[in-house]
Design a protein around this ligand. Structure first.
Ligand code: NAP
Length: 266
């Protein structure tokens, strides 16, 4: 039997086990997906131990996405974003990927939203915003990064080719000309708030929210009320898992089955 898992702290409420187990079962792959809550002071040992034990693949979540960088041979997405969320233990050693970035692009493709030449506004400058900003840029979008702490928006924009950084006070003006507006802040997480002013939405844009609890956030409901297309945060979560599954197994992921498994646990 193959063994895969998620490593993080905490991981007890992770949705990765049902997401991946559904895929292994659907494809008839004899594999078990488990959770590993690692000690923060012993993460290096945990990664080496996983390799020594012959674990086949790991999803890496907070707070270890940066620690994992030093342990893997980084694939291109990792070099860009500077964080690892997927490790494939190959015969040549552990290879690191960032499927938060590549999976988000697949989520947009799945919704037939083209990003090439789009004006994309990313709100936030933390881990999720990094994945979105680098992903949108790679897909050919012009990226504006807006953050409450404006200096962090400038810092991130300096790393993403062609991007600009702004404070939250610029958001309304940027939204007026935007094709895509993405929330990568934690605003709206288990609360009925939005980082974007309700009256700034228009029907000629796509709203994406990284937050998936609740699925229909205030950010998305305001956008929908103005006639905008919406993509909820579960699509990002789904497709980072879809990409990881395909990297590990080389088998096409059963996207519909994984989507159903994920949404039944939300
Ligand atoms: P993070 O690194 O801690 O960054 C948090 C961001 O939110 C920062 O830009 C912060 O701004 C901003 N923020 C927090 N409170 C704010 C407020 N009251 N007003 C305005 N901005 C505020 O977090 P993260 O890892 O990027 O995660 C962000 C969200 O994305 C979380 O809800 C997380 O669950 C979600 N996420 C979803 C997925 C998915 O697969 N769907 C993947 C990753 C993350 P400052 O810099 O000013 O503090």
């Amino acid at each position: 039997m193959d063994v895969y898992g998620i490593i993080g702290n905490p991981v007890e409420h992770s949705l990765s086990p049902p997401l991946h187990q559904a895929a292994f079962d659907e494809r008839g792959i004899d594999a078990k997906f488990v959770t590993f809550e690692a000690d923060e002071d012993r993460i290096e040992e945990a990664f080496r131990g996983a390799e020594a034990l012959g674990i086949d693949g790991l999803t890496v979540t907070l707070p270890f996405k940066h620690d994992a960088y030093d342990f893997v041979d980084p694939e291109e997405s990792v070099e860009r974003v500077g964080a690892v969320n997927t490790i494939d233990f190959t015969d040549d050693g552990p290879v690191g990927y960032n499927t938060d970035m590549t999976g988000t692009l697949r989520a947009f493709e799945h919704h037939d939203v083209g990003l090439d030449g789009a004006d994309a506004v990313v709100v936030g400058a933390g881990g999720a915003a990094r994945a979105l900003a680098f992903g949108f840029e790679e897909a050919g979008a012009d990226v504006s990064i807006v953050n409450r702490t404006e200096s962090k928006a400038h810092d991130l924009a300096a790393e993403v080719p062609g991007a600009s950084g702004h404070g939250l006070d610029a958001l309304t003006d940027l939204m007026a000309g935007a094709d895509v507006v993405a929330n990568a802040t934690s605003v709206g997480l288990e609360s009925d708030e939005s980082v974007a002013p309700a009256d700034a939405w228009h029907d000629d844009c796509v709203a994406f929210d990284a937050v998936y609890k609740p699925l229909e956030t205030r950010f998305l409901s305001d956008a929908a009320a103005a006639g905008a297309q919406t993509i909820d945060g579960a699509w990002m979560l789904l497709f980072q898992g879809v990409d990881a599954f395909e990297i590990w197994t080389g088998v096409d992921a059963p996207v519909d089955v994984m989507n159903e498994a994920l949404r039944s646990h939300l």
